[in-house]
Design a protein around this ligand. Structure first.
Ligand code: TRP
Length: 451
C-alpha cells in the first residue's frame, strides 16, 4: 500500500513509519544515557526539565522535521534544496542537511563503541555474572576500557550488524529489522518492569524520578536536558528527514509524531524505573555516571534471584535498542551517496560505514592508548558527544524551526502537516516562537550571558 509516485522507496504501511521511527528514537539514549544523566543531575529535577523540553521543543520539531522529509522526498540535502526552491529562499538552507549528515556520522562513531560495550556485556551476561564484591565490577569495566583489542572487536561487530541491515534497503532491510526487534523490545521491557515491581524497589525508583524538587534545577541541568531531548528523539541529524521522505501521504503526521514521542518517553521512564528499582533494592549508588549500566547493574544481577536470566534479557534489550537506532544514523548518509553520487547501495554502505568505523576506532583508542589527548579539557569521546548533542543538534533544530515556520509558505506547511484551525495555530506558534526562543535562551544561559 505505498503511494509512491516515483521509483523512490516507501514504507509499506502507516505502522511501519511509526515502528522504524520509534526504533530510531528508542536507543542507548533511553536505556543508557537517560538513567545515568538522571542519576547524576539530581533525579526528578532533570526528569521535569527533560519532559518540558520534549513537549515544548521535541514534539513540535519532530513534526516539523517529518513534514520537511515527506514534502522533500529526498536525502536531507536534496530535501532542503527542493524546499528552499519551492519557498523561493536561498539554497544555503541545504546546510541543515549537511549538518545532519556530518552529525549522524560522528554520533554513530561513538554510539557504535558504546554499543560494543553492551555486546561485550551481553556476552558476559550469557554465562552469568559471578557474585563478586563491588570493586570487581568497576575493575571489570575499567579493564574493558583499557583493552583496545576488545573495544575495536565489538565496535567492528556492531558496525557490521548495522551495515548489514542498511544494505538490505528501506523495506526489506530497515523495516523488516524493526518489525522483528521492536515488538521483542517492548515485550522485554514489560517483563523487566514487572520484575522490578515484584522483586525490586519500585516505590523508591518512583520517588527518585518523580519527587518534585525544583531547587535542583540549574544551568547544567537545563542544558543537559535540552540536549538529551534532541538526542532521544533523533532530532536535527537528518534521520527523521530521511525516514519522513519514505513516508506516504496517507499518514497523519501530528498523530504519529505524538505517538512516537510518547513511546520514546515511555520507554525512557520505564527503563529508568526498572533500573533504579534494581539499584535501590540492592542499596547501590544512583549517581554512578556512564558506568551505571555496566558496573552497577551487573553487580545487581549477580546478587538477585533469577539475575542470570534477567541480566541476559536486559542486555539483549539494550542491543536491540542500539541496533535499530544505529540503522537510522547510517541511512541518511547512505541515501545522500546513492542519490547524489549515483553509487550503488552496497558501495555507499561500505564506504560510509568504513569511514564511521575508522573514527570509532579513534574513539575506542581514546579510552586507552590515546587517553592523553584532550581538547577544551574533554577527551575525544566527550568532545564528540558534546559537539553533536549540545551544539550541532540544537543548532540544526533551531534552523529547522526557522525554516519550517518562517521561510516555508504557510499554506504549504498547513497542507503538509494536516492540522486545522486552533490546533494548527498552536503548533505553528510553538515552532515559530517557543522552540527557537527556548533553544536560544538555553544557549545564552550556558554561555553565561543570561542567569
Ligand atoms: N535516539 C537514539 C537514542 O536515543 C539515538 C539516535 C538515533 C539519534 N538516531 C539519531 C540521535 C539521530 C540523533 C540523531 O539512542
Amino acid at each position: 500500500m505505498t503511494t509512491s509516485q516515483g521509483p523512490r522507496a516507501h514504507w509499506s504501511n502507516r505502522w511501519a513509519f511509526f515502528l522504524v521511527t520509534v526504533g530510531s528514537a528508542v536507543g542507548l539514549g533511553n536505556i543508557w544515557k537517560f538513567p545515568y544523566m538522571t542519576g547524576s543531575n539530581g533525579g526528578s529535577a532533570f526528569v521535569l526539565v527533560y519532559l518540558a523540553c520534549i513537549l515544548a521543543i521535541g514534539v513540535p520539531l519532530l513534526m516539523a522535521e517529518t513534514l520537511l522529509g515527506r514534502r522533500g522526498q529526498g536525502n536531507p540535502v536534496a530535501t532542503m534544496r527542493v524546499l528552499a526552491d519551492e519557498a523561493g529562499a536561498t539554497r544555503w538552507w541545504q546546510v541543515i542537511g549537511l549538518i545532519g549528515i556530518v552529525g549522524a556520522f560522528i554520533i554513530l562513531s561513538f554510539y557504535s563503541v558504546v554499543a560494543g560495550w553492551v555486546l561485550e556485556y551481553t556476552w558476559r551476561a550469557a554465562s552469568g555474572f559471578a557474585a563478586l564484591p563491588k570493586e570487581a565490577f568497576a575493575d571489570a569495566f575499567g579493564a574493558l576500557l583499557a583493552s583496545p583489542g576488545k573495544l575495536i572487536f565489538w565496535h567492528t561487530v556492531f558496525m557490521a550488524l548495522t551495515a548489514a541491515v542498511v544494505l538490505g534497503g528501506v523495506t526489506s532491510g530497515i523495516e523488516r529489522a524493526n518489525k522483528i526487534m521492536m515488538p521483542a523490545l517492548f515485550a522485554i521491557l514489560v517483563f523487566l518492569v514487572g520484575y522490578g515491581a515484584l522483586a525490586a524497589d519500585l516505590p523508591a525508583a518512583f520517588r527518585f524520578l518523580f519527587h518534585f524538587d525544583p531547587s535542583a534545577i540549574n544551568r547544567g541541568v537545563l542544558f543537559a536536558a535540552m540536549g538529551h531531548a534532541f538526542f532521544t528523539l533523533s532530532l536535527g541529524m537528518g534521520a527523521i528527514i530521511t525516514y519522513g521522505s519514505y513516508l506516504g501521504r496517507e499518514v497523519s503526521i501530528p498523530r504519529t509524531c505524538l505517538a512516537i514521542a510518547a513511546a520514546d518517553t515511555g520507554v525512557a521512564l520505564l527503563a529508568g524505573l526498572s533500573i533504579f528499582a534494581i539499584v535501590f533494592a540492592q542499596g547501590l549508588e544512583p549517581a554512578a555516571g556512564p558506568g551505571l549500566l555496566l558496573q552497577t547493574l551487573p553487580l545487581a544481577f549477580s546478587q538477585m534471584p533469577g539475575g542470570h536470566v534477567v541480566g541476559l534479557v536486559f542486555f539483549v534489550l539494550v542491543v536491540f535498542a542500539a541496533w535499530t537506532s544505529a540503522i537510522s544514523l547510517l541511512e541518511p548518509g547512505v541515501s545522500l551517496l546513492v542519490e547524489r553520487f549515483d553509487l550503488g547501495r552496497k558501495a555507499a554502505v561500505t564506504l560510509l560505514s568504513s569511514g564511521v568505523w575508522l573514527l570509532g576506532v579513534a574513539v575506542a583508542l581514546s579510552f586507552n592508548e590515546w587517553s592523553a589527548f584532550s581538547l577544551f579539557g574533554l577527551g575525544l569521546f566527550d568532545l564528540l558527544d558534546t559537539l553533536t548533542t549540545k551544539i550541532m543538534m540544537p543548532l540544526a533544530g533551531l534552523l529547522i524551526a526557522l525554516f519550517a515556520a518562517w521561510t516555508m509558505k504557510r499554506a504549504h506547511v498547513e497542507e503538509e502537516v494536516g492540522l486545522r484551525g486552533g490546533a494548527f495555530r498552536l503548533w505553528y506558534g510553538v515552532v515559530r516562537y517557543v522552540s527557537p526562543v527556548a533553544i536560544v535562551l538555553i544557549f545564552l544561559n550556558v554561555i553565561g550571558i543570561l542567569g
